[in-house]
Design a protein around this ligand. Structure first.
Ligand SMILES: *Cc1c(COP(=O)(O)O)cnc(C)c1O
Length: 397
């Protein structure tokens, strides 16, 4: 007997749930890549991506996951021997920094721990001390998916401006785009990266590097640049071939087009509000579970929590047992904990993550929370009672 037969749910922070509309849009005969519908669709895709990012400037697309976007961003604006300041609130800034360093860029990590947002005053102090302007870029992760910490990217720009520092501001919005509010131009971000498989609701395989004029100027002399990552042709294409420096991801483009239509139909403010409300239900449940047992939200301060993902701690190996139970008995796959390269912290089996990004509504979140509640009971992890009631109230308010 299994209780997991039925439609399963992937409640992890990416890849996210792919809407049936997106799947249907991809299910078609191989399209003409020389002219016609697909070619005509391309400018609408870039225009709509830019609208989601809040930028008037450029977007280059890549057949790559988020790691590819990291490398694309670095290789377009940095030169060997440049120094960058990476602001870390979890695993992802470190992964990005690692990629920059493999390209020959010198990386300085500023570590803000794994449970709270970065502190812009420390960034300002460091930049003020860089009187020779050695730092060429500041790498920020808007939402660090490994910790579910959200940072204030606009405050980093304000810190850079206050220090009068000319470095580029780069932001990884792979987890947050179309989940947590973000405004590339208004916030003064020079380079922003995203991927299609989180808030953009498309199967993994495409990523995006948005850039403004200051980044494009630096790009002209960047010597980490390679033919494939070069954004020049990708933003001035003379045919479909140029957008991707080779064959286009034909079916992905149809899927992405449909996802962007869905975003347009719902409207970004409504999408943000939906994510805010759904994450509020997750936090309400977590607080009750934790009131009488080991479960704990990773980020104590609500303003520092992402609306796309929530990280929770159970201790010991209970998170692994819980994930196993919800998968086997409820058809709910919860996110694993990612290593923080910090052996002092809880082990990977001690924590788990709930993805609440993209194509998600109240009943899906309540289902996931219900499965967790049942799992805690089934494997005997002490927890406060009434978590589902609290989640339901949070949604009813
Ligand atoms: C998912 C994610 C990445 C990595 O993306 P992949 O597609 O797995 O390579 C990088 N940064 C953040 C913030 C992410 O959420």
């Amino acid at each position: 007997m299994t209780l997991s037969n039925g439609r399963t749910i992937l409640a992890i922070p990416g890849p996210s749930i792919v809407p049936d509309r997106v799947l249907r849009a991809m299910h078609r005969a191989a399209p003409n890549i020389y002219d016609g519908e697909l070619v005509d669709m391309m400018p609408t895709i870039t225009a709509d991506l830019k609208a989601v990012a809040g930028t008037q400037h450029q977007v280059a697309m890549y057949i790559a996951n988020g790691h590819g976007a990291w490398e694309a961003a670095c290789s377009n604006v940095f030169s060997r021997g440049d120094k960058v300041l990476a602001l870390s609130t979890g695993r992802f800034a470190l992964g990005w920094a690692d990629m920059a360093s493999m390209l020959g860029v010198e990386v300085e990590i500023m570590d803000f721990g794994t449970t709270a947002a970065l502190d812009p005053t420390r960034v300002e102090e460091r930049l003020r001390a860089d009187t020779e302007g050695q730092i060429k870029g500041v790498l920020t992760v808007h939402v660090d998916t490994s910790t579910s910490v959200k940072s204030d990217v606009a405050a980093v720009r304000a810190a850079m401006d206050a220090a009068g520092h000319p470095a580029l501001l780069l932001a990884d919005c792979i987890a947050s785009l179309a989940c947590d509010p973000f405004e590339m131009d208004a916030w003064g971000v020079d380079v922003m990266l995203a991927a299609c498989q989180k808030g953009l609701m498309t199967p993994p395989g495409m990523s995006f590097v948005f850039f403004g004029p200051k980044a494009d100027e630096v790009h002209k002399t960047a010597d980490c640049l390679t033919h494939y990552w070069n954004w020049d042709r990708r933003v001035t294409p003379e045919g479909l071939y140029h957008y991707f420096d080779g064959t286009a991801p034909t079916h992905h483009l149809y899927g992405l087009r449909e996802a962007l239509d869905m975003i347009d139909e719902e409207g970004l403010p409504q999408i943000f509000e939906r994510h805010r409300r759904l994450s509020g239900a997750v936090w309400a449940a977590a607080e009750i579970w934790g009131a009488d047992g080991p479960l704990k939200l990773n980020v104590a301060e609500p303003a520092h929590r992402s609306w796309a993902v929530t990280m929770l701690h159970l201790g010991g190996s209970d998170a692994a047992r819980l994930r196993d139970w919800t998968d086997r008995a409820a058809g709910v796959t919860l996110g694993i904990a990612l290593s923080q390269d910090d052996s002092s912290g809880p082990g990977p089996d001690a924590s788990f993550r709930i993805g609440h990004m993209g194509h998600l509504n109240s009943h899906m979140v309540l289902g996931t929370l219900g499965a967790i509640d049942a799992g805690l009971k089934s494997i005997g992890i002490p927890h406060g009672s009434g978590a589902l009631e609290a989640a339901s109230k949070a949604l009813a308010d």
